[in-house]
Design a protein around this ligand. Sequence first.
Ligand code: NAD
Length: 270
Amino acid sequence: MNVPARQRAAAPTAVVTGAGRGIGRAIVLALVREGFDVVGIDVVFEPENKKKGLFEVKERVRGLGGRFLPVGGDISRLEDHDRMLDAAVGVCGRIDVLVNNAGVAPLERRDILETSPESFDRLMSVNARGPFFLTQNAARRMAAQKPRKDGVPSSIIFITSISAVVSSTSRPEYCLSKAALSMASTLYADALAAKGIGVYEVRPGLIATDMTAGVKAKYDRLIAGGLVPQGRWGLPEDVGRAVAALARGDLRFSTGAAIEVSGGMAIRRL
Ligand SMILES: NC(=O)c1ccc[n+]([C@@H]2O[C@H](COP(=O)([O-])OP(=O)(O)OC[C@H]3O[C@@H](n4cnc5c(N)ncnc54)[C@H](O)[C@@H]3O)[C@@H](O)[C@H]2O)c1
């Protein structure tokens, strides 16, 4: 690594879930550019594969002169949370920022009258239950740490979705899981404000990633028809920039805020 040891020791640490691709990957790179050491957690963990996944991200971070620790793990397995966070604290000494980004879409979109209990449970488990308890675990550790001398505030950031507040009847279990995660953000913001930990929600709109690749043609048509006021797909980097602004403390008097990164889809139009 080409970062001097003294500088490394002083760098704030961020833990990012779902860091191997898509939005999580862009969040990692944005945080590294802000000077964070990043611990990236992903359920896909292939050390031999440097072309994609966590170890491609590690190479990119190395190219930026930063530090990145890949950790394999499934956030829906609560029994793995201590191992994941112990790895972060063991290598970096502390956790300053947690970004709950990992999430899944239904394996198959089905009308609300056909939603299966299995798909419902899967989405609630990965998208809501996992991050709720990972946050509980991380928040206990963060609350026990001394504040940083460099002024970077402690924060927890939830990547929810516009689906937390917008109906899609072909994937109700996704909407419900993101609505639950949105409330988790509000609850933790309330509970942790007095402990000096800011909690924020970021709601992406339509972002071009592997998750949306299968529905690209449908949304291309809708975007061409004016669905998104800013007239384009969002990029993972759009979300990365928003998270970096939150993590470096630009919105430090706004705990509990929900920021849309959707090209204006929150605007109600006639
Ligand atoms: N792409 C969009 O349009 C969009 C819009 C709104 C919200 N989001 C949300 O943003 C987040 C990232 O989405 P994306 O488009 O980058 O998705 P993606 O599928 O491209 O990437 C998700 C990453 O999370 C990892 N992951 C999945 N389940 C995991 C688990 N149980 N434990 C650990 N890692 C796990 C995957 O392996 C993958 O690397 C998700 O929470 C998603 O719901 C995406």
